[in-house]
Design a protein around this ligand. Structure first.
Ligand code: WT7
Length: 635
């Protein structure tokens, strides 16, 4: 029995039990057999959830790009590593072989070194989904610099906050990006951001759309000429197991975004092992994850997981709706995609369109379907299963988080019987627990509670950049000796998990994790706004959409409310990005508050969701009268 390749359901249980009985032995065997190490570890695991401090494979030495690229060169040099499908369906796809990827990463590594980047430095990457994004990410890893990829849909303010928080000295960007029929002026956004970032000395600019951008003397450099004159060889920097590999920002329920720090060895082992099993990866496969590399899904399951297995991973620059809603299916047919990993919000959006968009294409190459990012509703699950998988491709509903680094709860295809809307069972090595409000673990089946994890796994984030206390407070303080996920979950009669959603002030909109506080902070900057509260409400396509309750400084019938709504959304777009725009904005005279002044979001959530039958006791509020008024004017 190989622990690395789980072939049937019984075997899953055996392997799972082994992973719980002796986690160190279990992970040690996997690490030993499937990766290359420059030096072996001295200790598999040391951990303390109270400090908190977690270390995996301590004492070992490695470079993750040697595992993702170099070791495949001898046997798979001419195999496609990255299959790039551009935004324009009439432009040719690009097949980047492992050999070519090696060359490109080495060139980029040399350029970064020449620009003064060294081990431990932070590099901000703000690029569209083009090959340079993957190449730059890997080049950072090769030289031992810490990459901080910022999703290129974020605004200049959000970008500046992230650059400053981790003190990046260099930004890699492009002149612009294509998005369906539009172009976006990325360089302009970077220029704006950098007026607030004193630490950035250099920006490297990819020429993607050929736009006429301003290049700031001494700071901005076109990347291509530097790459052209760089050497094709670069010896990887030898890293310690626990050296940070990257920082990736995620929203918190309060305050600024959290820069989650991921390690090198543990992250690599877990991303690779989960990829292999959860996507039933086989040598000839063409695997496609539709996420952006700006999110953790892209880090772990476009770049590191697939490449560590020597896979062919598709990178798609465009959007599902351009040139029409058949684009995804056209790509599946064209490249004979075997695994498709996407988000419920995309499935719902495509399910709304004419079914001919799907039926026009041959999807018979598909073997495994995946979903991630938010709970998938029953209807979307069936649509995906019936029309895309033709009832023969198992759906892996994968639950995980930026913080977990890899998939935690998911079926293993062809092993675990699936059940619509259920993420099913924990992956080997993962020990979930459901907790009640008094901090006690809820045992048994057919129960629900707050989802925690009892024992460390290799890819758990090690800290929040620059704020270890916040790491402790956010994840390790709610329940003693447990990692708290922020999600609620239920366990059914056979032990399958279903994730029911966030239990904190994070709202998942179209699979994007948004904290309410930063959005409220942005709105409150509008000169006419006194106070605001954001909640989520159910939305057919996005899963959740945002509802804002806004108190104006001067309440007045006289104000043009529609115009104010536009201005508020404009401010949000500037501060965070268009993904955080509000679908509905209700102007109110007051917000329901507790006597200690805390906004009762629970009530606001129910009103926004038109679920007011059971509002609970409102009499103890500071201002119970506002509730009726808000209900009377709900949008
Ligand atoms: C939150 C994490 C992990 C990559 C994408 C999101 C929600 C994620 C599922 C799923 C139900 C899910 C959770 C989680 N979530 N996957 N399969 N079923 N909910 O990463 O931005 O860090 O968000 O996404 O609420 O806590 P993220």
């Amino acid at each position: 029995m190989s622990n690395y390749n789980i072939k049937h359901f019984e075997e899953y249980f055996q392997i799972y039990r082994k992973s719980v009985r002796d986690p160190e032995l279990f992970w040690e065997e996997i690490a030993e057999e499937h990766f290359i190490w420059r030096k072996r570890w001295d200790k598999v695991l040391s951990w303390d959830f109270n400090k908190p401090e977690i270390k995996w494979f301590e004492g070992s030495k490695l470079n993750i790009t040697e595992n993702c690229i170099d070791r495949h060169l001898r046997t798979k040099g001419d195999k496609t590593a990255i299959l790039f499908e551009p935004n324009d369906p009439n432009s040719p796809a690009e097949h980047i072989t492992y050999k070519k990827l090696h060359e490109r990463v080495c060139r980029m590594s040399n350029v970064l070194k020449e620009q003064g980047v060294s081990k431990g430095d932070r590099v901000c990457i703000y690029l569209p989904m083009i090959p340079e994004l993957a190449v730059a990410t890997l080049a950072c890893a090769r030289i031992g610099a810490i990459h901080s990829v910022v999703f290129a849909g974020f605004s200049s303010t959000a970008l500046a906050t992230r650059i400053n928080d981790s003190d990046c000295k260099i930004v890699i960007t492009s002149d612009g990006s294509y998005r369906g029929g539009k172009t976006i002026d990325l360089k302009g956004i970077v220029d704006e951001a950098l007026t607030h970032c004193n630490g950035v000395s250099t920006t490297l600019v990819v020429n993607r759309i050929g736009s006429d951008v301003e290049m700031k003397e001494g700071r901005d450099k076109w990347l291509q000429p530097l790459l052209d004159s760089a050497s094709l060889q670069f010896e990887p920097e030898i890293m310690d197991a626990e050296d940070p590999l990257f920082i990736l920002y995620t929203s918190g329920s309060t305050g600024k975004p959290k820069g989650m720090v991921h390690s090198t060895a543990g992250y690599m082992v877990y991303a690779a092992y989960t990829f292999k099993n959860i996507f039933n990866y086989k040598e000839q496969d063409v695997y496609w994850c539709t996420a952006d590399i700006g999110w953790i899904t892209g880090h772990s399951y476009i770049v590191y997981g697939p490449l560590a297995n020597g896979a062919t991973t598709v990178m798609f620059e465009g959007v599902p709706s351009y040139p029409d809603f058949g684009r995804f299916w056209q790509i599946v047919e064209k490249h004979k995609v075997t695994q498709l990993y996407t988000a419920p919000t995309a499935i719902r959006a495509l399910a709304k369109e004419n079914i001919e968009f799907v039926e026009n294409y041959d999807l018979s190459s598909l073997r495994v379907l995946g979903t991630v990012g938010e709970p998938i509703n029953e209807e979307a699950w069936h649509w995906y299963n019936d029309n895309v998988g033709k009832k023969k491709s198992p759906i892996v509903d994968t639950w995980w988080q930026t913080e977990t680094g890899g998939i935690m709860i998911s079926p293993i295809p062809f092993c675990t019987p699936t059940k619509p809307t259920y993420a099913t069972l924990p992956f080997p090595g993962i020990q979930p627990a459901l907790m009640d409000e008094n901090g006690e673990e809820i045992k048994g089946n057919q129960v629900d509670g707050r989802l925690c994890i009892k024992y460390p796994w290799p890819s758990i984030a090690r800290t929040i950049w620059g704020d270890h206390q916040r790491y402790k407070d956010t994840y390790f303080s709610a329940f003693k000796n447990m990692y708290f996920t922020g999600d609620g979950a239920l366990r059914d009669e056979v032990g399958y998990y279903r994730i029911t959603g966030r239990v904190d002030d994070v709202i998942i909109v179209s699979g994007h994790n948004l904290g309410t506080a930063p959005i409220e902070d942005a709105i409150n900057e509008h000169p006419a706004v006194a106070e605001s509260a954001i909640v989520g409400f159910p939305h057919d396509i996005k899963g959740n959409a945002l509802y804002g309750y806004v108190i104006l400084k001067e309440s007045g019938e006289s104000r043009d409310h529609d115009n104010l709504r536009k201005e508020i959304n404009q401010i949000i777009t500037e501060h965070i990005g268009p993904i955080a725009k509000l679908d509905k904005i209700q102007f109110v005279n007051g917000l329901p508050k507790t006597r200690s002044g805390k906004i009762m979001r629970r009530i606001l959530r129910k009103i926004a969701g038109k679920d007011t039958a059971n509002l609970g006791d409102t009499s103890t509020l500071l201002n119970p009268e506002v509730v009726q008024e808000i209900m009377d004017n709900v949008l």
